[in-house]
Design a protein around this ligand. Structure first.
Ligand code: NAP
Length: 451
């Protein structure tokens, strides 16, 4: 039996029982990096490392599933920045994560391989469920969030992101979503929004849930109605969901981007206050060791000129290049919420501006199941739209990862896995029409130059 037979059964609308009886293939197509190549970029600068050379697409053997896991046929996935990190083996090789997981348990040992199948997003059809799975069955259309954890550990039972063994699926575990088949825990599944295509449904979970926790959930910035929120990378993966969450929650976003083209997209999203950081030419670092406070001040003035106030919340992720400015421009008593450090993780800011003005820096990382579920629901309700600008095939995964690495893409890049072409998988076209094709496809239309 091949994945092609499984695809035909899915496309012909086979009943769940029939899907459950389909034999699984002994191997499946997947995108992976190789342990034997983990030193391949020694001596290269980050920007010269090319994911097209390190990401391979080929067959890997189908693993067994644990009782609390399911097999899914992955219809589509997406590129996240973590796949870029894995492919350039920075800041460390992700085989370290697989080796650690491999030591934890017999089931964990399946993950310690000489290949690492990457990808932390998926829209999919459930094929088989393990004996301990209760809420899902073969044939279910699902999306997958990437919080992968052992729920037998007490530390996983307050906020599961605090679990001692919390991992990101497809980054810190093997058998990720950039493949035709995957294994995931039942507690990673969520219902697929019926009005979206496979690829539109696949791009959301990782980035949208991250932004939800940063801004809306109980554990980070806890935005209020009326808050002014300053968002770096406002048309990027997490930023574009951040902008939508602020608008949806009655706040005012100030979005930062790096081109006129992206300013136009922000305007089309309903974000009235945009800053083009390239045009403004901010130079927060005057040299490698010194920051220029007058440049922070210039940014602060710009924000005040737009909204008449300082931001209650700064949505931070570029890291070293922007953290000094982020701490400076936040309002007295305001919050800088950070989930990343794309430009460098050794951060510097002037602590006087933090303590004297009673600001706080709050860390955030992905989302717990409830937060991911709440975000998935907002997407299902059509209140938050997917931000997919382009679609690639699985064979083009390296090219897609390179675009994200080079900051050449807006929003998210979808990747077709088992779905043979874009536009399939919409099971509620009436709902789609009500929400509006134009809203759902805004990022794709912008990428095609149609705005
Ligand atoms: P993305 O789609 O590439 O977007 C990032 C945006 O940041 C870019 O569009 C760019 O916008 C802006 N940017 C990049 N470098 C910058 C710099 N030096 N100064 C100012 N702005 C800069 O990436 P993403 O998916 O949004 O992810 C962003 C970061 O968050 C990555 O490091 C990723 O690994 C991390 N992340 C963490 C989590 C978590 O759970 N902790 C989850 C998702 C993502 P402009 O050029 O238009 O300004």
């Amino acid at each position: 039996m091949s994945m092609q037979n499984i695809l035909e059964a899915i496309q012909s609308g086979a009943a769940g029982d029939d899907i459950a009886n389909l034999p699984l293939p002994e191997s499946f197509r997947a995108a992976y990096v190789l342990r034997e190549e983990q030193e391949m970029w020694a001596g290269y600068a980050s920007e010269d490392k090319d994911p097209r050379k390190s990401l391979h697409v080929g067959e890997v053997a189908t693993p067994e599933i644990a009782p609390d896991e399911v097999y899914i046929a992955v219809m589509a996935s997406s590129i996240n920045f973590n796949t870029v990190w894995t492919s350039i083996f920075e800041p460390l090789s992700t085989f370290n994560f697989l080796d650690r997981l491999g030591k934890e348990s017999a089931w964990g040992a399946r993950h310690r391989q000489d290949f690492h199948v990457v990808g932390s997003d998926a829209s999919a059809v459930v094929l088989r469920v393990g004996s301990a799975v209760r809420n899902w069955k073969p044939g279910d259309h699902v999306t997958v969030h990437c919080n992968y954890l052992d729920d037998q550990d007490p530390s996983a039972h307050d906020d599961s992101m605090l679990a001692a063994n919390q991992r990101i699926w497809g980054f810190e575990s093997n058998y990720g979503g950039l493949a035709d088949l995957s294994i995931v825990k039942a507690n990673q599944l969520m219902p697929k929004p019926a009005h979206l295509s496979w690829e539109e449904a696949a791009v959301n979970a990782l980035c949208a849930s991250t932004s939800y926790r940063m801004l809306v959930g109980n554990h980070a910035a806890r935005m209020k109605q009326g808050d002014n929120v300053f968002i770096w990378g406002a048309t990027g993966g997490i930023g574009a969901y951040g902008v939508q969450l602020v608008l949806n929650g009655g706040g005012t976003p100030v979005g930062v981007v790096s081109s006129e083209h992206r300013v136009k997209l922000l305007e089309a999203m309903g974000c009235e206050h945009a800053i083009d950081r390239r045009a403004e030419n901010y130079q927060f670092w005057s040299d490698e060791h010194t920051q220029d406070e007058s440049e922070w001040r210039r940014l602060g003035k710009k924000v005040r000129s737009l909204i008449g106030d300082d931001p209650d919340i700064v949505f931070e992720h570029p890291g070293r290049s922007t953290m000094g400015a982020s701490v400076f421009i936040a309002k007295r008593g305001g919050t800088v919420v950070t989930c990343a450090a794309t430009s460098g993780y050794m951060l510097e800011f002037d602590n006087r501006h933090l303590w004297m003005k009673l600001k706080r820096i709050v860390s955030s990382h992905f989302a717990n199941y409830q937060e991911a579920w709440n975000m998935n629901q907002l997407i299902g309700q059509g209140r938050i739209q997917p931000v997919m600008s382009e679609v690639f095939t699985l064979d083009q995964v390296g090219e897609a990862a390179l675009k994200v690495h080079k900051n050449q893409a807006e929003g998210k890049l979808g990747v077709l896995c088992l779905a043979p072409e874009a536009g399939q998988g919409i099971t509620n076209p009436e709902r789609r029409a009500e929400i509006g094709e134009d809203k759902i496809t805004l990022f794709a239309r912008h990428a095609r130059g149609e705005l």
